[in-house]
Design a binder for this molecule. Structure first.
Ligand SMILES: [Zn+2]
Length: 324
């Protein structure tokens, strides 16, 4: 399933005597839902057979179709108990009226994440590329409910067991990429549904927009845990192809972040104090600069601040960081 600016998201079907559970039922769009319907058909099912939508985390490219599955098939929506999109988090909230589905000058309803205008570290958020924005507005025109946050009907906690595909899955709360990230592990066959927590070729985005003060530390803890799971045979990620070496991949991702922290330490020594965009320019190549790079940079800066290596201060409305 594909939309501009997002790329592909894998969706897994888990079959059992009741029908199927769908893990991460696609993007919020009619095209994505049509693709899901078509894939269900090719597996011998219809939307009516979906009894559960499992959502690994609160990113809209993973939960887009969930509310529609609930409406059309009465599907359960299963998430971690902390499931909540970051734009509903009070820490980063703009005035609440901006965060609801609002009429926008006759353009129809806008997706709520477009309402975040300013970052917590003081910079204006960059506008979406014209083409991407148009795509979202066209989808909103089709039906504004595409952008409603799904309401979980069944929430789980860490170490809870859920029965899907005629087997018992262990729920693993893996905060970091988002605070509410959930992986499912089937110890019998060694299969891990890893969501965006561990991906084979890219490193998951660690956002500075988090209800947790140090999301990178949360992510490190959740990565560490991957090395302790015994008997993993296959990892099924939300992006990219299945892979096997979970512990090795988790270590490589950790090394990548350690390298970024080192770049920041060196930049702090050189800059004295710097804004988040200034550090971002040291961490990312120019083609990646923007909201996501800033947000990830902020998460790394905050990690070093919490460790006591950096100090933060306010300068001209922006947060600046320097060596402590
Ligand atoms: Zn994600």
């Amino acid at each position: 399933m594909h939309l501009p600016g997002i790329g592909h998201v894998n969706c897994y079907l888990l079959e059992d005597e009741r029908g199927v559970a769908v893990v991460d039922p696609g993007l919020p769009s009619p095209a994505s839902f049509a693709a899901l319907e078509q894939r269900l058909r090719s597996a011998g099912y219809s939307v009516a057979n979906v009894h559960t939508a499992v959502i690994t985390h609160s990113h809209f490219d993973h939960f887009g179709g969930a509310e529609r599955l609930r409406a059309l098939a009465g599907a359960e929506i299963l998430t971690h108990e902390s499931f909540r999109p970051v734009w509903e988090s009070t820490e980063v909230a703009e005035p609440p009226e901006l965060l609801t589905l609002e009429e926008d000058g006759g353009d129809g309803h806008r997706p709520p994440w477009l309402a975040l205008r300013r970052n917590p570290w003081g910079t204006e958020r960059e506008a979406l590329p014209e083409k991407e924005l148009r795509t979202w507005l066209e989808i909103a025109e089709d039906d504004p409910r595409w952008f409603a946050t799904p309401r979980p009907t069944r929430t789980v906690v860490d170490a809870q067991v859920v029965r899907l595909a005629r087997r018992d899955w262990l729920c693993l709360h893996t905060p970091g990429h988002t605070e509410d990230h959930l992986c499912l592990f089937d110890p019998e066959f060694g299969i891990l549904l890893s969501g965006d927590h561990v991906l084979p070729t890219i490193t998951p985005h660690i956002s500075g927009l988090s209800p947790h003060p140090d999301p990178l530390a949360r992510f490190f803890d959740s990565l560490q845990r991957m090395g302790t799971i015994e008997g993993v045979t296959t990892v099924l990620p939300a992006h990219g192809h299945p892979f096997e070496d979970l512990a090795g991949r988790a270590k490589a991702i950790r090394r990548h972040h350690e390298h970024r922290l080192e770049v920041i330490r060196n930049a702090a020594a050189e800059l004295g104090t710097g804004t988040v965009p200034q550090y971002m320019q040291r961490l990312f190549s120019e083609r990646s600069w923007g909201n996501m790079a800033e947000s990830e940079t902020f998460a790394h800066l905050e990690h070093l601040r919490v460790l006591g290596e950096l100090d933060a201060a306010q300068r001209a409305g922006q947060t600046v960081f320097g060596a402590a």
